[in-house]
Design a protein around this ligand. Structure first.
Ligand code: FUL
Length: 630
């Protein structure tokens, strides 16, 4: 059997039956063979997963009741007591927004399990909520089932509560937790293994730092993935040191880099298909709910940009909406989600190219199975494809019945045959000439949304493939219109005055002998102070009363010197100091947002000292902005 026929045979085996039938009926005209797959190809599960596009993340647990982003692991389970947990209303909101599902933080780094697990005593059965008979995982799983959207689970490998964490003993517990979630709650579409690992924690009372060295080795991710596949073969595994199906998009701002390849080890013999997922929060307050977060919600336009920079680059988007202490979503977040959903729906509502005439520089074997019009038939499986040898300078043209104005072009590759296209450009026939309307196209993959600088009005558009790893296989060429901004329905929510965060104080009298420190109060987030040491001492110019402070980490993308453990001291003479707060700024590396520290009382001082008790990469402490709060 030739290599080609082996590939073709394998290809036909994994192609779904419906798609296969489609090929056969077209192929019968002159029966050119489909191209061989190029590089790594996705599994059927990965293909289906990519078509989900976006879904919700829900952070809700013990941190909701402490205001923290990372619990230490010593929190009293009695703290968890939502007054009105309502999973159905949340799930209905996600469904109405067009989200494909949701992923719930069944256990965060604090180790508190939100289902009555047998694996550890640190779980919801110890909480007064529903007299210890509650199960948040069940609540969400059942609501998703009822509403017909998918349910997934986040299970933090790092467990700051468990006495055995960092030792072999913990691994059995963790395995047990995975087993329970996958066995007792119906289909789990995605298991999320967070990458944050090791460090300070309670660890059964030891209160120490535990490092696990190589996470892949310690957790035996390969074995865990095998376990997951044995219980739920269709479950997509996120993270797990790339033994799974999907990896982190690389930031918590909801974008992936472009060009975006859904493979690792590109062009190497061990190339492997791993898709990307971009994660972010709907507001700038953090992953868990925080008082006053309503004022920090992202605008619909900002969220739409997140959509372009994630889904529109070939990844999936997981968008976080935290639940508050009552057990409901924040109305400000919901209003923003609804506005985003409306914009997304409008964007996708009309594809001007559907059903239009299409032609191409060449069609594989002149076979209708690979004709140009496959890219405008609205069928995601059929595709246009030239001969094997054609890997550059080939084109696909759409001829519209009348001129239309569009400013977004969506392209898709038939990813079952691998991700192929390396670069392309878009042209429109304007004033009697072909003119480039986008000369920067790189990868396509599952889909790319190219937003043009301004709307183009024409009846002829061309996609020119300038470089492809193998002959391109284009399954969709769509012309869309970016929607007008949608206003957030502010009438649907009001910020509770008691939730308002304290106001920042004026900083015009501040002086300091610490070199460069004034950049930490120049009102410009893009500049920053970074010391050789770890202290920033400020003379306030007069005695000031305040009750907290904010710390904005460097915003330039370099995390060296971002402070992750702080101490805050005050003085009346600049000589004798008193510590009034200390603690951690959790998750600052991945999510460098504004950190707010509120003291338990108001203090008076003429001097303050911000001390980076620990800063990332062991560098001197730094700050983009520091403010005092009243
Ligand atoms: C991070 C965690 O450390 C955050 O707390 C959050 O859960 C986010 C989704 O992942 O790595």
């Amino acid at each position: 059997m030739s290599i080609r026929s082996i590939i073709t045979k394998n290809f036909l085996q994994w192609l779904p039956a419906a798609c296969f039938a489609g090929f056969m009926s077209y192929s019968s005209l002159s029966a050119a063979e489909p191209p061989a797959p190029c590089g790594a190809v996705p599994t059927e599960q990965q293909v289906k997963w990519l078509r989900l596009e976006w879904y919700a993340f829900v952070h809700f647990g013990i941190n909701t009741f402490t205001g923290k982003e990372w619990g230490y692991g010593d929190e009293d389970p009695a703290l968890f007591n939502p007054s009105d947990f309502n999973p159905e209303s949340a799930v209905k909101i996600f469904k109405k927004a067009g989200m494909a599902g949701m992923i719930y933080t069944a256990k965060h780094h604090d180790g508190f399990c939100l289902w009555p697990t047998k694996s550890t005593a640190h779980n919801i059965a110890k909480s007064p909520w529903m007299k210890g008979k509650g199960d948040i995982v069940r609540g969400f799983a059942d609501a998703c089932k009822k509403e017909g959207i998918k349910f997934g689970a986040y299970l933090s490998p790092w467990d700051r509560n468990n006495a055995e964490y960092g030792r072999p003993g913990y691994l059995k517990t963790y395995e047990e937790q995975i087993r329970e979630l996958l066995t007792d709650y119906g289909p789990i579409f995605e298991m999320w293994f967070d990458g944050a690992n090791g460090g300070d924690g309670y660890y059964g009372g030891a209160r120490e730092k535990r490092n696990i060295g190589n996470a892949d080795k310690y957790y035996n991710f390969e074995g865990l993935v095998r376990l997951i596949r044995s219980i739920q073969p269709d479950c997509i595994v996120w993270g797990a040191a790339q033994h799974g199906d999907v990896k982190w998009g690389g930031s918590e701002k909801g974008f992936v880099k472009y060009p975006c390849w859904n493979v690792i080890n590109l062009d190497k013999p061990d190339e492997k298909w791993i898709s990307l997922e971009a994660d972010t929060t709907i507001n700038k307050a953090g992953w868990f709910w925080h008082a006053g977060q309503g004022s920090k919600v992202k605008s619909p336009e900002q969220l739409m940009q997140v959509y372009y920079d994630s889904v529109g680059r070939g990844a999936n988007l997981i968008l976080n909406l935290a639940m508050d202490g009552s057990g409901k979503l924040d109305p400000a977040d919901v209003a923003a989600l609804n506005a985003l959903a409306t914009m997304r729906r409008k964007l996708l509502a009309q594809d001007f190219a559907i059903g239009s005439e299409a032609s191409a520089s060449e069609v594989r074997g002149e076979d209708n199975a690979f004709r140009a019009a496959n890219a405008t038939d609205g069928d995601i499986e059929s595709y246009w494809c030239p001969e094997d040898k054609t890997t550059k300078d080939c084109w696909l043209e759409i001829k519209l019945p009348t001129e239309v104005a569009f400013d977004v072009v969506r392209l898709r590759e038939q990813i079952r045959l691998g991700q192929r296209v390396r670069s392309f450009r878009l042209e429109a026939f304007l004033d009697g000439n072909w003119q480039i309307i986008d000369g920067e196209g790189k990868t396509i993959g599952n889909q790319v949304l190219r937003k043009l600088a301004k709307p183009v009005t024409t009846d002829r558009v061309r996609l020119v493939i300038t470089d492809s790893r193998a002959c391109p296989c284009i399954s969709e060429f769509s012309l869309l219109r970016h929607p007008e901004p949608v206003a957030v329905d502010e009438a649907s929510f009001q910020c509770d005055a008691s939730e308002e965060i304290a106001a920042p104080l004026p900083r015009d009298k501040w002086t300091s002998k610490t070199t460069g420190s004034a950049r930490a109060w120049d009102g410009d987030d893009s500049t920053f102070w970074q010391g050789k040491g770890n202290k920033l001492t400020v003379n306030l110019g007069e005695e000031v009363s305040f009750s907290g402070f904010t710390y904005l980490p460097k915003q330039n993308g370099n995390f060296d010197g971002m402070t992750d453990r702080y101490s805050f001291e005050i003085s009346s003479d600049g000589k004798k100091w008193k510590e009034i707060a200390s603690g951690e700024f959790p998750n600052i590396r991945a999510n460098p947002i504004l950190q707010t520290v509120t003291f338990d009382r108001e203090v008076k001082a003429r001097f303050f000292r911000f001390i980076g008790a620990s800063s990332l990469e062991g560098k001197g402490a730094s700050a983009a902005e520091i403010n005092l709060l009243k």
